[in-house]
Design a protein around this ligand. Structure first.
Ligand code: C2O
Ligand code: CU
Ligand code: CU
Length: 520
């Protein structure tokens, strides 16, 4: 590195905090800042953009997470054994990276279960610190949820069990320890959780796991000089760590060999803070067939799909024999105030995965005209309306407290939650236990990709999202579910709240004293 650059960077670091708060607090544009601070911000602004298109060699075959093994016990319960463990992964030449995973060194197996099945887990924490395992998107009792109140101490087992009772969907699992979710996920603890049902098993959609039904867990990482994960926040970012390289299922620079005309991709944004705007290098159209909570009633044709951290989408893409096409992430077109997008990754462009089609492709699947069930909560009687404003590290001005239950909802009722991002950069909103319907965005119909069942929704700054959800089953006055921003730094900083589901006549209780309550 040349002398002047080094000096400039040191100067920049010193001013980092002040600058950051000016940007956040004042919402001042980069133009104004450039005037005030001379070349510094302009330099950083131009250096902040990442573009890896054309620079990725796609030399490695895409890893496909193995399906988790299970056994059925005498009562008919399907039991999975999961161990959260530390290990080493060779992402690059040279030194291996210290990583964490489930039943392996990085990421975890894909769990698969069918609606109606009774399932159970033995989750062992083989790490040296407390963690938890949360089933993101799952409808289940709060005590099985794996949130901060179900902490697993080092060396301990946790044995949740419930009956799968929701439509076919692509869900996922990840740790949720109080204040430390970001690091545990960044280290590599995540996996997919696929649910099948009668509908999904009868439809002629691509469904051969790893062949024409392909999971894509997309995560950005930054590596330091020693090949270790660098979790430093990006300069001037308000969203937490942003990587400059992309892992798909733990593979850097992956390619996938296509053998069928239609391929279904199950996309998970498993990143801590980055927004992706997925599309193909030739802008080919594809069919969006499912969102977080399951299949759409009918496919929606598009050429881009945006996913914020925690969101999933299933798409079906058609390939021609012998062709090669790359999945990319494009700059996002909206959603940041003035220059704030640049520092939070909105202008970045990535090569994600190369698809190489064989010279002859089998053609046995289709995109059925009718698939899932449309959300139907519009017009339902609304038991309660609530409003949530996300700003800084708070929701409605408050930070998460383990002992504080923010409110109770009544089992069997429908509520409408109005959610708003008051900042100029990205937040999103995730609710445990339920799938919700986006009724309106700023009073208008939601865009097509938000019309299916969702459990996580990106909040474009300064817009009102009205979310309708029904709370059913599993009452517990004492043990809460979470709602929070799924940008993991924000979640850890306290942008999270807790609610309980109350049976008739029940009142909000007291969170039991337990593990995981000590603040990190
Ligand atoms: Cu994906 Cu509260 O989590
Ligand atoms: Cu969740
Ligand atoms: Cu946030």
């Amino acid at each position: 590195m040349s002398e002047p650059t080094t000096r400039l960077k040191i100067g920049v670091m010193e001013r980092r905090k002040a600058l950051k708060w000016t940007l956040i607090g004042g919402g001042i544009g980069v133009g104004a800042l450039t005037l005030g601070l001379g070349g510094t911000v302009a330099y950083v602004y131009s250096e902040s953009k990442i573009d890896t298109v054309g620079k990725v060699d796609f030399a490695s075959p895409l890893a496909i997470p193995p399906l988790a093994e299970s056994e059925i016990d005498s009562s008919g319960t399907r039991i999975f054994d999961l161990e959260v463990q530390a290990g080493r992964t060779a992402f690059k030449h040279g030194r291996a990276t210290e990583t964490w995973g489930v039943n392996g060194a990085f990421l975890g197996p894909t769990i698969r279960a069918t609606r109606g099945e009774e399932i159970a887990f033995r989750v062992r924490n083989a790490l040296k610190e407390t963690t938890s395992l949360h089933w993101h998107g799952m409808h289940l009792p709060a005590v099985m949820d794996g949130g901060p109140h179900q902490a697993i101490e080092p060396g301990d087992d946790w044995t949740p069990q419930w009956t799968v009772d929701q439509p076919a969907a692509t869900l996922w699992y990840h740790p949720h320890p109080h204040g430390r979710t970001a690091r545990h996920v960044y280290q590599g603890v995540s996996g997919l959780f696929l649910i099948d049902d009668d509908t999904s098993q009868t439809l002629n959609l691509p469904g051969d796991y790893g062949i024409d039904d392909v999971p894509l867990i997309v995560q950005d990482r930054r590596f330091d000089d020693e090949n270790q994960f660098d979790a430093e926040e990006r300069f001037l970012s308000s969203q937490g760590v942003l990587g400059d390289e992309i892992l798909v299922n733990g593979t850097l620079g992956p390619h996938f060999d296509v053998t069928t005309r239609l391929v279904r991709l199950r996309l998970l944004n498993g990143s801590n803070s980055r927004l992706y705007n997925f599309g193909f290098g030739d802008d080919r159209p594809f069919a969006l067939i499912a969102t977080d909570g399951g299949l759409l009633p009918e496919a929606h044709e598009t050429d881009r799909i945006e996913l914020s951290p925690g969101e999933r989408a299933e798409i079906v893409v058609a390939f021609a024999p012998g062709e090669t096409v790359d999945l990319r992430s494009y700059p996002t077109e909206e959603g940041y105030v003035l220059g704030l997008g640049r520092f939070n990754g909105a202008d970045d462009r990535f090569d994600i995965c190369r698809f190489r089609a064989a010279d002859s492709l089998t053609d046995r699947t289709e995109i059925p005209a009718e698939m899932g069930v449309a959300p139907d909560l519009d017009g339902e009687e609304i038991a309660e309306e609530r409003s949530f404003r996300l700003s800084g590290t708070t929701i409605n001005g408050e930070q998460m407290a383990m002992e504080r239950i923010d409110f109770g909802v009544r089992e069997g009722t429908v509520e409408v939650w109005e959610v708003r991002n008051d900042d100029g950069y990205m937040h999103n909103f995730h609710v445990h236990d339920v799938q919700f319907q986006v009724l309106t965005v700023d009073g208008g119909a939601p865009p097509p990709h938000l019309r299916g069942w969702k459990d996580t929704v990106r909040l474009v700054p300064q817009r009102d999202y009205r979310l309708a959800m029904r709370f059913s089953d599993y009452t517990d006055p004492n043990l809460p579910y979470m709602y929070h921003c799924h940008l993991l730094l924000h979640e850890d900083q306290g942008m999270m709240g807790q609610f309980v589901v109350l049976g008739e006549g029940e009142e909000i209780g007291t969170v039991p004293e337990g593990r995981g309550h000590e603040h990190p």
